[in-house]
Design a protein around this ligand. Structure first.
Ligand SMILES: [Zn+2]
Length: 398
């Protein structure tokens, strides 16, 4: 039997169990780092299939690694299973219909993400078992992808060191090997501590942490002029020191995010942001504590692995959508705003040409497997924690 047909047959065998798992994780819809039940469910299936599971890795209770087999090649699959706030949603409905108002939901398709990566790992396992070939399959239980991300910690702690290549995927509106590079991000919490006083009676005795935040922001806003074009400097108040204007605020806290095409560039700019914080502390007589938080390296595709993935994807082709799938998709796009409709039309026209525009808009699901073309790599201003994996082992995403 051809390898492609063998794979399809193996997948069909696993499908009922995996669909059930996908729906269960959808219903759990757990926040980043609190995906307790979702992680437990995935670990249970992996153990039952003969994988060795190590839970609670990198100091994150919902992160895990599951290993099967021995020797090379060592192939890894990244699985994610966390949800986003405010996206609680009943399954299968084309309009916003929350299960619990304001609750968490899988807006980003992570209920399918961890499950489909599991499918790939289980099929690779079946291949090793059937063929008797040496090889190791690793499923990475990547907690908190929507939050601070565990993959950079896994990379730091050496979990990818023996892995020959890693495959990742993410739901999207088109099919194909990811043909884009993403930028790096570094974030930090900046907490100022001052001295409180009555702002009317004794302002000369106070040192304002809120003033320090504002002076720091002014400094950073001047810094914008003197960083590379592609950089982004962003901040938000985590603590503005209270709600009373007649009390000198002795505590205030900001979160800063620096985005730049390369990791070193983001680090260099973040250092200058920290200098602005130090300057503001000096100006106001406060003290400042800087705590580095989430940081992702820039994401690039390993071209060799991406090409292999592309040739396999071209053989398999796009998903075989049923009529019901097209109808449901159409119910979604019918609700788009004029701006969203316009955006959709442009994408369809780019992929299918003007002649097929109306036809595709009637059945708005991608029926092609786009070809990977490394000469047409898009630069995206988003970022992903898969970037850190790509720096330690050859990685490509579908
Ligand atoms: Zn996502």
């Amino acid at each position: 039997m051809e390898r492609r047909d063998w794979t399809k047959q193996a997948l069909a065998g696993l499908a009922p169990e995996l669909l059930k798992l996908h729906h269960e994780i959808w219903a759990y819809a757990e926040p980043s780092s609190a995906e307790v039940q979702s992680a437990k469910l995935l670990c249970e299936v992996l153990r039952q299939k003969g994988f060795t599971v190590e839970e609670n890795i990198c100091g994150r209770p919902t992160a895990f690694i599951a290993t099967f087999g021995a020797g090379h090649p060592v192939v890894g699959y990244l699985g994610e299973y966390d949800a986003l706030p405010g996206l609680s949603q009943q399954a299968g409905l084309p309009r916003h219909c929350p299960v619990s108002e304001g609750g968490y939901g899988h807006g980003c398709g992570h209920s399918a993400l961890g499950t489909a990566s599991l499918a790939a790992a289980l099929i690779a396992q079946q291949y090793l078992q059937t063929s008797g070939q040496p090889g190791t399959v690793i499923y990475y239980g990547c907690a908190a992808e929507e939050g601070e991300g565990v993959k950079p910690l896994m990379a730091r702690d050496g979990y990818f060191d023996a892995t020959d290549c890693v495959f990742a995927w993410h739901p999207g509106s088109t099919n194909g090997v990811v043909n884009m590079e993403m930028i790096a991000v570094k974030t930090a919490h900046i907490a100022f501590k001052g001295i409180t006083a009555h702002a009317g009676g004794a302002p000369h005795l106070g040192c304002s942490a809120l003033d320090a935040c504002e002076l720091m922001n002014v400094g950073v806003n001047y810094l914008r002029e003197h960083v590379i074009q592609e950089a982004r400097l962003q901040y938000a108040y985590l603590d503005c020191g209270g709600t009373a204007p007649n009390v000198v605020q002795d505590h205030a806290k900001l979160i800063y995010g620096v985005r730049a095409p390369k990791t070193e560039q983001a680090a260099e700019i973040m250092q200058r942001v920290v200098d602005c914080a130090k300057g503001a502390a000096l100006m106001t007589g406060t003290t400042v504590e800087v705590t580095p938080r989430m940081g992702y390296s820039d994401l690039f595709q390993n071209k060799v692995v991406a090409s292999i993935l592309n040739s396999a994807a071209q053989q398999v082709g796009a998903p075989a959508w049923a009529e019901a799938d097209f109808e449901l998709a159409k119910q979604f796009t019918d609700q788009y705003t004029p701006a969203q409709q316009n955006d959709l039309q442009q994408t369809v026209q780019r992929l299918y040409g003007k002649e097929q525009l109306q036809q595709v808009l009637e059945k708005p699901l991608d029926t092609k497997m786009e070809a990977f073309d490394e000469t047409k790599m898009l630069k995206i201003y988003g970022c992903s924690d898969v970037g850190d994996v790509g720096y330690v082992t050859p990685t490509a995403s579908l």
